[in-house]
Design a protein around this ligand. Structure first.
Ligand code: ADE
Length: 421
């Protein structure tokens, strides 16, 4: 396949994309090391990879790394609103990588783009949210024979894949990149924490200090959001359904209460639960005039926007990423970024320094699949621990941080059971 076969907004945006891609690379030293090794060893020679990822400056550097390793890559967006059009352009112009992604594309175009990526007949799928894997299984089963395996980037995708495997429907092995420690402890927590607040602020320019921010969920993403909202001076309320997580939130110093209570108090509501209708009709009924809602979960189902549309007497766009819904009683509620991933819709996604580790995992997981797919069942696998540990080691080295090693005496102590009181 050649890069003539692509669908992007405007190839003339490539100069801007070039600058942004290089800027991101400066913060991605681990990926750079992998790219250098890949260039010499070419471990992915001839492997066709279809990647369905947010088309960002960080993803561009991942695509460059895979290509350096010899892979034949194609890229499609993993969300209709997350594409950076200048990045799509530079990948086509400077790397001859076919890209199918336009920011703001409608759902039909989004799926047409996934299908175009599947026409590449991938040996490896690299997914973020599992839409590519689902489309391949449902619409292109004849491709399954050529697939060695896949990788999955995000919590939501891993949950869907595990459900698929449990039902016996998953027809090739997939590595859950999300579950690597060097991914979710950093990308989900610090990446989502910072980029979500960045998205809310860029969309609205509101002062966070002194506001009541309601964070739905207390998984790795939500706890990052709660932490950063608190750091900006917000009063943070956390809502949860799992007792352990609720307890952690309470002992981390946040107020914890049911959403219906929180709904009356919040100025800004942010969801990252992975489930639907977290903010629903009965919550809208009690929210304050001016309340804003944003979502940082993978799919745009966490805010029940159709219900809000039904309740509204008028809707208008008041800023680029802010829609105002006026209700019959005069209250105005605001939806940011159409309820899609606010960090990618209104901002630039996670900072490059965390994507460095996520995409180091993606690259090494792809290499692992190439080398080990024959030993794997049609199931969901963790990133091998030695890869995870090695990425942590490389990241520390890149950050100029040295750590201690155990003395032989300490190692012996840990191995034995005979030393007691
Ligand atoms: N997911 C969240 N932030 C991202 C980024 N910067 N690039 C690719 N995927 C992302």
């Amino acid at each position: 396949m050649t890069a003539k076969n692509y669908d992007i907004k405007d190839i003339n945006l490539a100069d801007k994309g070039r600058l942004r891609m290089d800027w991101a690379a400066k913060e991605m030293p681990v990926l750079k090391l992998i790219e250098e090794r890949f260039s010499e060893e070419r471990p992915l020679e001839g492997v066709r990879i279809a990647a369905c990822l947010h088309v960002t400056s960080e993803t561009a550097n991942l695509m460059k790394t895979l290509k350096a390793g010899g892979a034949d890559v194609v890229l499609t967006a993993s969300n209709p609103l997350s594409t950076q059009d200048d990045i799509a352009a530079v990948l086509v112009r400077d790397y001859d990588i076919p890209v199918f992604a336009i920011k703001g594309e409608d759902n039909d175009t989004y799926y047409a783009h996934l299908r175009a990526a599947l026409d590449h007949r991938p040996n490896i799928t690299m997914d973020d949210g599992m839409d590519l894997v689902a489309t391949l299984h449902k619409e292109r089963p004849e491709l399954l024979a050529g697939v060695m395996g896949g990788t999955e980037e995000t919590t939501t995708g891993v949950i869907r894949l595990k459900a698929m495997a449990a039902q016996g429907d998953l027809k090739y092995p997939v590595i859950a990149v999300n579950d690597a420690m060097t991914k979710h402890l950093f990308d989900n927590r610090y990446g989502t924490g910072q980029s979500t607040m960045d998205g809310v602020i860029r969309a609205t320019n509101v002062l966070i200090a002194g506001k009541t921010v309601v964070v739905a969920g207390y998984g790795w993403c939500s706890r990052g959001i709660a932490m950063r909202a608190h750091g900006l001076g917000a009063n943070v309320i956390v809502t949860e359904v799992e007792p352990l997580k609720a307890l952690e939130a309470a002992m981390d110093g946040f107020r914890v209460m049911p959403m219906l209570e929180a709904a009356k108090e919040g100025d800004i509501f942010i969801s990252a639960t992975g489930d639907l209708h977290v903010f629903d009709r009965h919550h809208f009924e009690v929210m304050k005039d001016g309340a804003m809602m944003a979502n940082s979960g993978h799919f745009n189902v966490e805010i029940n926007i159709p219900a809000l549309e039904e309740m509204a007497v008028s809707v208008r766009k008041v800023r680029e990423f802010v829609d105002e819904y006026t209700l019959a009683d005069g209250r105005r509620l605001y939806i940011l970024g159409e309820g899609r991933l606010i960090n990618l819709a209104a901002a630039e996604g996670h900072p490059s320094a965390v994507m460095d580790m996520s995409f180091a995992n993606q690259s090494l997981a792809a290499e692992y699949i190439k080398n080990h797919h024959q030993e794997l069942e049609n199931n969901v696998y963790s990133v091998p621990e030695h890869i995870d540990q090695n990425i942590a080691r490389l990241k520390l080295a890149a950050m100029g941080i040295e750590i201690d090693t155990l003395t032989p005496e300490q190692e012996e102590y840990l191995r034995s059971w005979s030393h007691g009181t």
